[in-house]
Ligand binder design. Structure first.
Ligand code: ADP
Ligand code: MG
Length: 253
């Protein structure tokens, strides 16, 4: 469970998050939506324990994330930051292997190698695995970072705009994979995803959290909360939800 109570974040005398309270259980995909500058990345980093709240508390499962040790956080949470990049000359395989760090602490076992192979296969990276990250396209690199977060095998995956550079096939592949991973059953995980593609949110999210100007606009089951009027108000432009062959699409209206 993620339990956020009265969270406020201020930086340089600016209020970035204002009194956000939010609570949701394990499993499923939570889409974090809202206009640019709404505070989505700040909220995600606060959940990951990388930003200290000015007020309020953030708990993930049994721990207060602000006071938790880094190792405790790494067992529970994998964070993929927005526009993640590395400057070291790493291969895709090296990067994904980094995701296993909390498990192997620099001494990977056969199991770690197996998990890396599984992640490479799951994200269609086998053919690219010896390539250096700097030689990849933006979308290929993005998939490599998602594979790294996946390989960490944490109950929570926090992904900040992981789809922004992906072609339609890979958006679908990744979302299908995250969807399956977050269904009930053994090894079920929970994903919190910042996403601007509202069609993706409409099709895959179980819940939504909508932020604007650092404040919570709404949160809850996507089916109840994600409506044309809510989206129009959130983004300040007229939007409606339509259905094509039973699949939700968000269209300008
Ligand atoms: P989003 O991810 O929704 O686009 P962010 O969480 O990145 O929004 O940022 C929210 C607001 O906080 C923006 O107006 C941004 O300019 C501001 N902000 C982010 N980081 C800082 C910082 N270190 N100092 C001052 N303002 C910041
Ligand atoms: Mg952001």
């Amino acid at each position: 469970m993620i339990n956020i109570q009265n969270l406020s974040v201020e930086k340089d005398n600016a209020t970035i998050l204002k009194d956000v309270s939010l609570r949701f259980g394990q499993g499923g995909i939570t889409a974090l939506i809202g206009p640019n500058g709404a505070g989505k990345s700040t909220l995600l980093h606060s959940i990951a324990g990388l930003i200290e709240p000015t007020h309020g508390t953030v708990a993930v499962e049994d721990i207060n994330i602000t006071t938790a040790r880094p190792a405790e956080r790494a067992e529970r949470i994998a964070l993929l930051a927005q526009n993640e990049h590395v400057t070291a000359r790493l291969s895709v395989r090296d990067l994904v292997n980094f995701g296993r760090w909390p498990h192997h602490r620099g001494r990977p076992t056969a199991l770690d190698h197996q998990k890396v192979d599984e992640a490479l296969a799951a994200f269609d990276l086998m053919d690219l695995c010896e390539r250096r990250l700097e030689s990849l396209s933006g979308g290929q690199r993005q998939r490599s970072f998602v594979a790294m977060a996946w390989a960490q095998e944490t109950p929570w995956m926090l992904l900040d705009e992981p789809l922004s550079a992906l072609d339609p096939r890979h958006v679908r592949d990744i979302m299908d994979r995250l969807y399956n991973l977050t269904r009930p059953g053994k090894g079920q995980r929970s994903v919190v995803l910042v996403v601007h593609d509202l069609g993706v949110a409409a099709r895959y999210a179980d819940r939504i959290v909508a932020l604007k100007d650092g404040q919570l606009v709404t949160s809850g089951p996507r089916i109840l909360q994600m409506t044309g009027p809510m989206l129009s108000k959130l983004f300040g432009t007229s939007l409606s939800i339509d259905y094509i062959n039973g699949k939700a699409v968000v269209v300008p209206s």
